[in-house]
Design a binder for this molecule. Sequence first.
Ligand SMILES: [Mg+2]
Length: 299
Amino acid sequence: MKILIVEDEPVSRRLLEATLLRWNYDVVTTTDGTEAWEVLQKPEAPSLVISDWMMPDMDGLELCHRIRESEKLGYTYLVMLTTKGRKEDVIKGLEAGADDYLTKPFDHEELRCRVKIGERIINLERKILQLANTDSLTGSLTRRAFMEKIEIEVERAIREDRPLSLVITDLDHFKNVNDRYGHQTGDLVLQKFAEQLCTLSRQYDFVGRYGGEEFAICFPGVDDPSVISIAERMRKQVADLRVVIMADSSCSIQITASFGAATLQREGKETLTSLIARADDALYKAKRKGRNRVCLAND
Ligand SMILES: [Mg+2]
């Protein structure tokens, strides 16, 4: 667990840092609210913050307000650690959105317990979020979670002028599988299909269940023609798959899928909506051309 320390006073900062390091936490230190706010905007930002109140520039109270107003994904747990110990200060701090309030000088055991509480809440929140974001049948992201994630990735790719590709894939004639072999086999086919897509994805790629038998895969940092060769490998792996049917284990079925790929255009006015529309068009082109193939979107 990563903890962000916000403290302008060097001796207090070092003491707190040494204490947290001794308890095996990863620690990031900052000297005022402005610097802390910048750290919190970065990817993989700490979820637990221990902040002083009185600091130059942006103080702890203002930092607290800012954190609560931001719509960043994931909860930030904030412990206010300050010399301001009057009842009305405590109330003011908690009202600003602090989750906990401690006065300096802090008692080591008490701080340790309170940090543990924060850690527990953050882990719980992560678990709930993971459940909400995962498609229970296939283990891939839900459509909503996929859209949230790809929106961030597209913004980043545009900002940093980096490539990004999107593939939308759809099982061919899936309705026939359900009609002929029943929904249990249909579900198994979907699981195996998603499994193949995930196996061929790299660490930074992500797969989402876009519709019933339709999946979307985002490839940050990937341009065409690389995306075509990845999609082609996926297509082949799916076509080579034999899914054993539920009613008769001696019998297996073969499936195929069509793939539409689009690469983010870095000139002009590409948006997530237009990228999806182009990948969708490419998928329909693949279907029209006879299915079980990969098509790239036109620019
Ligand atoms: Mg201070």
